[in-house]
Ligand binder design. Structure first.
Ligand SMILES: NC(=O)c1ccc[n+]([C@@H]2O[C@H](COP(=O)([O-])OP(=O)(O)OC[C@H]3O[C@@H](n4cnc5c(N)ncnc54)[C@H](O)[C@@H]3O)[C@@H](O)[C@H]2O)c1
Length: 291
């Protein structure tokens, strides 16, 4: 049998669990000095969307962030917040449904900072209605923006991550994939994001690339606020969670930062549901008889 002292896979673990080994004093998350791309990291106005929150939180951990959005103006708002916070970031305009744009965004990160460690595939658009109500062209567009874009961005990013010895990819899904409610194209696309995540985790584990998904519940982001949601509707959304509180983009950003960090070093192919327990809720059951 091979001597564990000469086998890196075993030697590192032996060192980590030896009686002198404890996590570093700062409980290091390993994010300082890393480079991340966050797609859809702009948001309407100065509000906090899921991508903007993830970009700001990663930058607070010392990660340099390429803030990518189809709208350069929106990306620049995110960058301004990061710079004001003492972080390092740059704005980049790209449409992630276009392969050339995905390659250009990866090149921009490499040219500026020389490496790439994290990709937060955050871009996504909504839909309404059943298959009977759906327009097939609109269905195709939802799949293109919500699923194909993640494949295109990953195709561009993975070779750069391999060159750095590994990385972490986070794909933003939704609880609509787990508990659909009449947004059928959206639910289908977000289910495909989960399958894509698991398949990519298997494909790229040997490259030391972890791939996980975050499935947010109905968080209050500018996209939602832009629709002028009533206070009553917001209260109903809050009540849908078992915690009884409304979620925000920060809650999603925290999950992304955790999955990007070394704290998640042995987590891959998983779906982290961030919904205050909303998916646990169902209609009241008959007490005493229902199991
Ligand atoms: N808001 C919610 O309640 C909620 C719930 C579950 C999942 N999600 C998911 O979270 C993600 C972000 O949601 P949000 O509400 O923060 O988003 P958002 O609508 O505020 O969009 C973020 C940014 O994406 C950019 N964008 C759109 N298409 C793009 C493209 N093709 N290329 C580059 N940039 C593009 C937009 O310009 C926008 O600034 C999405 O994938 C969404 O499906 C949101």
């Amino acid at each position: 049998m091979a001597d564990p002292a000469h086998d890196p896979a075993l030697r590192d673990v032996d060192a980590a669990i030896g009686h002198e080994a404890t996590p570093p004093l700062d409980d290091g998350d390993g994010l300082h000095g890393k480079v991340a791309i966050v797609t859809g990291a702009g948001a309407q106005g100065d509000g906090i969307g899921n991508g903007r929150a993830a970009a700001i939180l990663l930058a607070r951990s010392g990660t340099r962030v390429l803030v990518v959005d189809r709208s350069l103006d929106r990306a620049e708002v995110t960058v301004a917040r990061i710079i004001a916070d003492g972080g390092d970031a740059a704005a980049f305009a790209a449409d992630v449904t276009i392969q050339a744009d995905c390659h250009a965004m990866v090149d921009a990160a490499l040219n500026r900072w020389g490496r790439l460690d994290v990709l937060d595939n955050n871009v996504g658009i909504g839909s309404r209605g059943s298959v009977l109500e759906e327009d097939p062209a609109r269905w195709q567009r939802v799949m293109e923006v919500n699923v194909t874009s993640m494949m295109l961005a990953a195709r561009a990013a993975i070779p750069a991550m391999i060159a750095c010895g590994g990385g972490s990819i986070i794909n933003v899904s939704s609880i609509s994939a787990l508990r659909p409610r009449g947004l059928t194209a959206y639910s289908t696309s977000k289910g495909a994001v989960i399958a894509l995540t698991k398949a990519m985790a298997v494909d790229h584990g040997a490259d030391a690339i972890r791939v996980n998904a975050v499935a947010p519940g109905p968080v209050y982001t500018p996209m939602v606020a832009g629709g002028a949601m009533s206070a009553a509707a917001r209260r109903a959304r809050a009540a849908a969670s078992v915690l009884g509180v409304e979620g925000t983009g920060w809650d999603v950003g925290q999950a992304v930062r955790f999955l990007a960090s070394d704290r998640a070093r042995w987590i891959t192919g998983q779906v982290l549901v961030v919904d205050g327990g909303a998916t646990l809720r169902g209609p009241e059951r008959d007490p005493g008889t229902d199991r």
